[in-house]
Design a binder for this molecule. Structure first.
Ligand code: 6R9
Length: 651
């Protein structure tokens, strides 16, 4: 039987009729043009924006210094583009549909409303001393004030830094200190699923003894009373009433900072990835338009939290810049049950859905009935982001969720890239489940070996690098430019190094194999942990799998699989299950990939954003039980305890 990933899925005919790019040939022609004449291509994209003063140049690039200027000499404001021009053209169009935590509760915010709220919030920030260039930390749950605050910062030229509301007080404090914020915006608390996150209490703990922060603005999301510190803390609903909904837009230079977003690096300390104004906005809007094939009446449902880059680019900036209605989802895909996403899709008539494989896997586990009982007929496109999507999961998304009607776009990118770099164009690119397919316009992926030698042609695997600047790339790590140069440019200069491993197949399609540390070399064979995971997940008993390497006497690296089993298979004896799973991998990939160890667990250690903590698993697989890294980022600490008490099965 042919492996699933070799089956090509052609673009849908019905979809193609209205698509921006209608054939693979059109894509290839435009792609070539974008590389041959980048200034013409990006200049044209930039003209879609409203400028106070148009740019004089398109791009100035110095890789050795990691110094990039896009649209130099231009003057613009992000909110004129994301709010004002739509408030003028279509004031009553929904800008945001807020899907509250309680099922069935929604609130619609039109572009006219949005303009008013952003103006008021901008005036509040000014009244609290925020000036152009100042940093504002945003520690809010998924409430409209979150979007208002980001845009209010952009309105007056302040730099926002969103900290995901699931992060701990220590993480919040670290970020407040690193970026030197004097204003923090939070909420009394944030309902999420069955719980209320105590955002204000966590903020208080984070700011304990810090005189740097002079104002804490508190959105009132619930009726809960929280202690308010005299002189520092202010209720936002009281503050906004003091101000008008009109605030002039600051004229920003193209390269003025728009936001900082912290992300984890290879070292313990989070990196403050900095994005600037024009390039980021042009890139977010252009990729959004093409990859999601935006149509005028789209309702875009991105399930990511705005605390992550996906929420920044494809919940806030990309959709709003293109005048698209965007859904702000306060709850989680599995609350109150696994039917929640489909309920929201039907209620708001979402046309495009953008979510992560980890969410899909958690839904698959609960069975198809939750999906099939919903209508989903409004949906016309499905997107995936955040990690490699296993071909089996891709199939389920395509066949069950999309009923074979909707194209699936697997989008590869990073916090540092600002927007999507590798993804299919839904009307043009035939898909291979599990592959992010082909590069976006202007993007030139390059694979290099460990020595930095460029691997030409197809059928090669290596470190994924990028050969040329694109407008959305991060400009620096806030306050640590040397670290920026070192992390992304020093190793393979003049290439940008992504940190991911990748295979370019015989057809030139890109297959991300995971972070480079996740590529195993087993007996001299290159093996993607994602490949082994896909094989395991393809087994009927498997809910989720994470595979890591560990030092192995004979093979160099041994393969250790951590597996959670679906409820129906929990009665199967462990030894029998382990045998079946080894056989499964042997069958799908080959004996070389067969896991040396299979650890059956009830859950995998994950960050609150759903990323599996592989470094922790690698240590456990290596028999280390101490120095497991930062356990504070774990969504569920009990998972780690189980792993440690259960111990490893024999190899
Ligand atoms: C957008 C986002 C970036 C890392 C990236 C890669 C992995 C993201 C992926 C994917 C395979 C995809 N990744 N999308 N791997 N296929 N479609 O997730 O940003 O949180 O910075 O993570 O996520 O390893 O390097 P970020």
């Amino acid at each position: 039987m042919a492996p699933a990933q070799d089956l090509l899925v052609a673009p849908k005919e019905a979809f193609r009729r209205t698509a921006h790019v209608k054939s693979l040939e059109d894509y290839q022609r435009l792609y070539r043009q974008s590389l041959d004449a980048p200034d013409a291509f990006w200049g044209e994209q930039a003209r879609q924006l409203h400028w106070f003063h148009p740019p004089d140049t398109v791009r100035e690039v110095n890789e050795a210094a990691a110094d990039f200027t896009w649209f130099g000499g231009g003057k613009l404001n992000v909110t004129v583009n994301c709010v004002d021009r739509h408030a003028k053209a279509r004031p009553d169009k929904a800008a945001i549909i807020w899907a509250k935590n309680t099922p069935g509760e929604y609130e619609v915010i039109t572009f006219k409303d949005l303009q008013h709220h952003v103006g008021r919030m901008a005036n509040v920030l000014k009244a609290h001393g925020v000036r152009k260039g100042d940093r504002v930390i945003v520690y809010l749950p998924m409430v409209p004030e979150l979007v208002y605050t980001l845009l209010a910062c952009a309105r007056i030229g302040a730099v926002h830094s969103v900290v995901f509301a699931g992060f701990s007080a220590d993480s919040l404090r670290e970020r407040v200190l690193d970026c030197g914020a004097k204003v923090v915006v939070t909420a009394n608390e944030g309902p999420r699923g069955p719980k209320n996150v105590a955002t204000k209490a966590i903020t208080d703990e984070a700011l304990e003894g810090l005189s740097q922060v002079t104002s804490v603005l508190v959105a009132r999301r619930t009726a809960k009373e929280v202690p308010m510190r005299e002189g520092r803390d202010h209720w936002l609903d009281v503050e906004v009433k003091k101000h008008r909904g009109v605030c002039p837009a600051e004229w920003m230079d193209s390269e003025d900072p728009l936001f900082i977003l912290y992300t984890s690096g290879s070292t313990g300390k989070p990196k403050g990835v900095l994005h600037t104004t024009a390039g980021y906005l042009v890139y977010a809007a252009t990729t959004f338009r093409y990859v999601f094939d935006t149509q005028p009446d789209d309702v875009h449902f991105c399930t990511a939290d705005v605390g992550w880059v996906t929420g920044h680019s494809y919940l806030v900036y990309g959709p709003l810049c293109t005048g698209t209605t965007t859904v702000l989802f306060e709850s989680t895909p599995t609350w109150p049950d696994a039917g929640r996403l489909w309920q929201v899709v039907d209620d708001v008539k979402a046309t495009t859905l953008y979510t992560a494989p980890t969410a899909l896997r958690s839904l698959i586990k609960e069975g198809d009935a939750f999906v099939t009982k919903s209508s989903r007929k409004s949906l016309r496109l499905l997107g995936s982001v955040g990690e490699p999507i296993n071909p089996e999961v891709w199939r389920w998304y395509h066949d069950v969720v999309g009923e074979g009607r909707c194209p699936v776009v697997d989008t590869w990118w990073q916090t540092e890239t600002g927007g999507i770099l590798i993804a299919p164009l839904p009307g043009a690119t035939p898909c291979k489940p599990g592959s992010a397919t082909l590069p976006f316009f202007g993007v030139e992926p390059v694979l290099v070996d460990e020595a930095g030698k460029v691997l030409e042609g197809n059928g090669v695997s290596g470190n994924l690098c990028l050969a040329r600047s694109w407008p959305g790339q991060a400009r620096t790590l806030y306050g640590h430019h040397e670290r920026f140069v070192e992390t992304y440019y020093a190793r393979f200069l003049p290439l940008y190094f992504t940190g991911d491993g990748c295979r370019r197949d015989e057809d030139g399609y890109y297959w991300i194999t995971g972070r480079v540390d996740d590529v195993l070399n087993v007996s001299g064979h290159r093996l993607g942990t994602a490949e082994v995971e896909s094989a395991l997940v393809a087994h009927e008993a498997v809910a989720e799998a994470a595979v890591v390497g560990y030092p192995h006497d004979l093979k160099g690296t041994g393969v250790c699989a951590f597996v959670t089993v679906k409820p129906d298979f929990l009665r199967t004896p462990d030894e029998q299950m382990r045998g079946a799973l080894r056989e499964q991998v042997r069958h799908v990939i080959g004996p070389i990939a067969s896991p040396d160890r299979v650890v059956l667990v009830s859950g995998l250690p994950k960050t609150r954003s759903g990323k599996i903590l592989r470094r922790m698993l690698r240590k456990i697989a290596s028999g280390e039980t101490e120095n497991l890294g930062d356990a504070s980022t774990l969504a569920d600490p009990a998972v780690l305890e189980e792993l440690l008490t259960k111990g490893l099965p024999p190899a």
